[in-house]
Design a protein around this ligand. Structure first.
Ligand code: SF4
Length: 405
């Protein structure tokens, strides 16, 4: 049975190639961790321990929680933890985690704002996919882990989530957050008679508690969006890499077509780097492109001077030492572009005259876009698909390397 989680869906959205590596090819990069993920896990464990103690009516001291965190940091630390932001050391992150825990402790001690219902609670629930072509509907499962489920004295169930990210979201982002929206659906099914359910995030670095809610209509829209996204994932065939700032944190850089060359050559000493075939080709290509740009600029300028001279002297041919140059002036009809309101008037006139079919042809770019997005009904799509071959095209894009923009 297909199972999805918020992070699985997000991986596809951020990079289909990464999704393929992780969830289809199931490639595991042993021993790789980012310091952000490592810190997040340690902070989550410490807060789980805190509330587990509280559940047992034992209120630990702040120092106990910090000590637990330090022990866990030591026990779990391994050389594969990658610190991407080179301005900071692993020790800086460790200190940050410690400070987050102390602030959290101070803010909520003695932890009597609510009662814990569950810690690190695994949830799984089905969503039904209806078949638009009249076939049988099917189910997908959604799973996730709720950091803490709590109930307040006025019977409000809270889905609590700890975040150690540096980005503090806006209320609008929280109100559209998919992860806790999904947990909200799960809690709805488990507590159908709940008076009220609240989504609560603790942004530990900012020492902020932020809240959002969802209406039944919001959850319906969310369900539709998730099922649409799952349809897109399940009909995806290309899984192209999507390069972004997140690549620096990706464990697949050494095998990804976008990052592999960079990954390989940045380990090389300067001499070997300069001798790498790829590096040499890109350097030559960049130099020639620059030359071409300069020559094209000079050509544009000289063409303009030739046209001006020909107009001024009323000439249609100029001679050089070995070659001659014909200058051809011509006049042709020019119609307003399709975005111009005048175009609509023109279109109506031609349609009314019954001559529209004489000038309209299939737009290949539009047809290709419809085929890719599958916006036509399946029956029509599959018939048209029979006429479509696959043609590979290659284009080269030159840009500055990361960190040199
Ligand atoms: S390195 Fe970037 S482009 Fe490549 S798989 Fe990872 S996220 Fe995708």
């Amino acid at each position: 049975m297909p199972t999805y989680s918020h992070s699985k869906l997000s991986t596809f959205e951020s990079c289909p190639q990464k999704y393929k590596f992780r969830y289809i090819d199931k490639i595991k990069v042993e021993g790789y961790d980012t310091i952000e993920a490592f810190l997040g896990s340690r902070a989550h464990e410490a807060l789980e321990k805190l509330y587990r103690d509280v559940l047992m009516t034992k209120i630990p001291k702040a120092d106990d929680i910090v000590e637990f965190y330090e022990d866990s940091w030591e026990r779990n630390w391994h050389p594969g933890v990658e610190v991407v932001r080179k301005d900071y050391s692993a020790e800086d992150y460790r200190n940050l985690g410690r400070s987050c825990l102390r602030s959290f402790y101070k803010r909520y001690h003695p932890f009597d704002q609510d009662k814990t219902l569950a810690l690190e609670e695994r949830v799984t629930f089905p969503l039904v996919k209806s078949n638009v072509n009249g076939g049988r509907s099917s189910q997908v499962y959604i799973r996730g882990v709720i950091d803490r489920l709590a109930i307040t004295p006025d019977d409000v169930i809270e889905i609590q989530d700890y975040k150690t990210s540096r980005h503090m979201p806006t209320q609008m982002e929280l109100d559209a957050d998919r992860q806790l929206g999904l947990y909200r659906i799960a809690v709805n099914r488990r507590f159908p008679n709940a008076k009220e359910v609240r989504l609560v995030w603790h942004y530990l670095i900012h020492d902020q508690r932020v809240v959002s809610t969802r209406t039944p209509e919001d959850l319906e829209v969310l369900t539709g969006e998730i099922l649409d996204l799952i349809d897109r994932i399940e009909s995806e065939t290309d899984f192209y890499p999507k390069e972004s700032a997140l690549c620096d944190w990706c464990e697949y850089q050494s095998i990804c077509p976008v990052r592999r060359h960079l990954f390989e050559v940045e380990q090389l000493p300067l001499e070997e780097f300069k001798e790498d075939d790829g590096v040499k080709l890109v350097d030559s290509y960049a130099q020639l492109k620059e030359k071409k740009r300069q020559v094209e600029g000079e050509l544009d300028e000289i063409e303009e001077r030739i046209i001006n001279l020909a107009r001024e002297k009323n000439l249609t041919k100029l001679v050089g030492s070995d070659q001659q140059l014909k200058i051809s002036f011509s006049r042709d009809y020019h119609f307003p572009p399709v975005t111009d309101p005048q175009w609509q008037v023109l279109e109506r006139i031609i349609r009314e005259a019954g001559r529209w079919d004489e000038i309209v042809t299939i737009s290949h770019p539009k047809l290709k876009s419809i085929m890719k997005k599958k916006t036509w009904p399946e029956q029509l799509w599959s018939k048209v698909r029979e006429f479509a071959g696959i043609k590979e095209s290659v284009r080269l894009y030159l840009s500055k390397k990361r960190g040199e923009e």
